[in-house]
Design a binder for this molecule. Structure first.
Ligand SMILES: [Zn+2]
Length: 322
């Protein structure tokens, strides 16, 4: 820890220095205040109760100010003038820009809009709206079609990958929803832009919807959840049917084994007598074996007794004769 502290005397963490790299990598110039708002907006809420405003700002920007100070020491960032309100403007040095592009994937992945705009509540990126106007209706339609063709790879979702059959839902998480309308259509509609004047690119050409309908993804995550559940149910049914097909049948009475009986013959690792019988037939079988054994024992005992009697009689006769 001491070593780390020595490297970064302001005590900044990787995460805050990463914010600075990402934000300055994207914006080129920003104040600590802007870096915090974009890089770690949650800090604004954490310090929302501090009074006065200057103290609030100091508290929420402290971590990034520290990160900037440590990065200046490492020659990654520098101060470049100040705003009208007296905030220092920061930018990356050449070394800092290299560090930012070294984490190129990260910079690319840094979605500015998701830090600035509230969540849309829908999967995918922030939507784009295009309002066409002028020329003839046919020309406007043709321009909308051209946009649709050109932008397809951005607005079209993808099939959910590696899925069970029967899933038609579309994964819109990496898609930019694009809606189009015409000024002429909006002005002609009694409800204006609130009317059914929007078309979501990728949908039917004559499917005009309200903005909320056009932006909604009824064939996205919601449908996926339903279809996935359904696919899982079918899978379970298939497994149950396959299992049922393997269920043994009693060789004596033809009854299917109960789960319990089936389990009991599977548990023993060796085959034993009666494995082909259902529970009641097996009980009956054991009962008969027991009864036969008992009868045999009785017969044997009777035979022994008779032999003893005969022996006694013979001895008596012999004595009398002698
Ligand atoms: Zn049976």
């Amino acid at each position: 820890m001491a070593g780390k502290r020595k490297n970064n005397p302001a005590g900044s963490t990787n995460s805050y220095r990463g914010d600075v790299l990402r934000v300055l990598g994207a914006l080129k110039v920003a104040t600590a205040d802007q870096i915090q708002r974009i890089g770690a907006p949650h800090l604004s809420f954490r310090h929302a109760d501090k009074e006065p405003a200057s103290k609030r700002k100091q508290a929420r920007t402290a971590s990034h100010t520290g990160a900037l100070s440590d990065m200046r020491k490492h020659g990654l960032s520098e101060n470049g003038g100040s705003t009208e309100t007296g905030d220092s403007l920061r930018n990356l040095t050449l070394k800092g820009l290299q560090a930012a592009s070294y984490g190129g994937a990260k910079v690319h992945d840094f979605r500015l809009w998701s830090r600035i705009y509230p969540a849309t509540g829908r999967e995918g990126y922030v939507p784009l709206a295009f309002v066409f106007t002028g020329k003839t209706e046919a020309q406007r339609a043709s321009r909308m079609r051209r946009l649709e063709e050109a932008a397809r790879r951005y607005f079209a979702g993808e099939p959910y990958s590696g899925r069970a059959s029967g899933i038609t839902a579309v994964d819109y998480h990496q898609a930019v929803p694009v809606v189009v309308t015409e000024l002429e259509r909006i002005t002609a509609d009694a409800e204006g832009a609130a009317g059914k004047v929007w078309r979501r690119l990728g949908r039917e050409e004559d499917e005009w919807q309200t903005l909320a309908e056009a932006l909604d993804n009824p064939d996205g995550d919601r449908l996926y959840a339903v279809q996935w559940k359904e696919a899982r149910r079918r899978q379970e049914e298939r497994e149950a049917a396959a299992r049922e097909a393997k269920r043994p049948v009693c060789t004596r009475c033809g009854t299917k084994f109960t789960d319990e009986r089936w389990q009991s013959i599977r548990q023993s690792s060796w085959r034993s007598e009666g494995d082909e019988l259902c529970g009641p037939c097996l009980d009956e079988h054991h009962e008969r074996v027991r009864a036969e054994k008992a009868a045999r024992r009785l017969a044997e005992e009777a035979a022994v007794r008779e032999a003893a009697e005969a022996e006694k009689k013979n001895r008596g006769l012999f004595r009398r004769r002698s």
